[in-house]
Design a protein around this ligand. Structure first.
Ligand code: ZN
Length: 177
């Protein structure tokens, strides 16, 4: 059969049997990017095996990308919990919707207790400075609570006399802070 230009399309004479579609350069590039962001030990054995092969088929690449996207991120993030840095209280938590990654919010304590709220910080700024060593102990949280009349763990204004004295709300205290 001839095409519009009168050329006869040439069949690849070497190719025999079903052709295997190979991974695209973009897939391979994406795989390397994902691998760099993942904790190697947390990856399934199948991915270990596939990662040791230099050239992947299109289907293998697709499988790897799907598996990599569904497993843990490298955990260089600060631990979850209540942190204290530069005179402010921060809460690090995991986003349960969307990325599933950690983010931070900062407790704003207003002069008027009603103004107290959390400001979203995300994963930049102070988030990068938080670590194991900025985690607040229960004692520190209570001191902060006694001083400002705010429960560090949830940001609620302490109204109950017992809670004000303790520096922490009853629910957060029960949850073990
Ligand atoms: Zn609380």
């Amino acid at each position: 059969m001839e095409n519009l230009f009168g050329d006869t399309p040439v069949e690849d004479p070497v190719e025999s049997g079903p052709t295997v579609r190979m991974a695209t350069p973009r897939q391979e590039e994406y795989i390397s990017k994902l691998l760099a962001k993942k904790e190697w030990e947390h990856l399934p054995k199948r991915i270990h095996a596939l990662a040791s092969v230099e050239v992947h088929t299109f289907d293998e690449a697709r499988e790897m990308i799907a598996a990599l996207k569904s497993c843990n991120w490298k955990d260089t993030d600060p631990p979850e919990g209540i942190h204290f840095l530069n005179g402010a209280v921060f809460k690090v938590q995991v986003a349960h919707q969307g990325s599933g990654r950690k983010y931070a919010k900062r407790l704003f304590v207003g002069e008027d207790p009603e103004e107290t709220h959390w400001d979203y910080i995300g994963r930049t700024g102070e988030f990068e400075l938080l670590s194991e060593s900025t985690l607040m102990s229960l004692e520190e949280a209570k001191k902060f609570g006694q001083l400002y009349g705010v429960c560090c763990a949830c940001g609620a204004v302490l109204t109950d006399e017992v809670s004000i004295e303790k520096g922490i709300g009853p629910i957060c205290e029960r949850k073990g802070f």
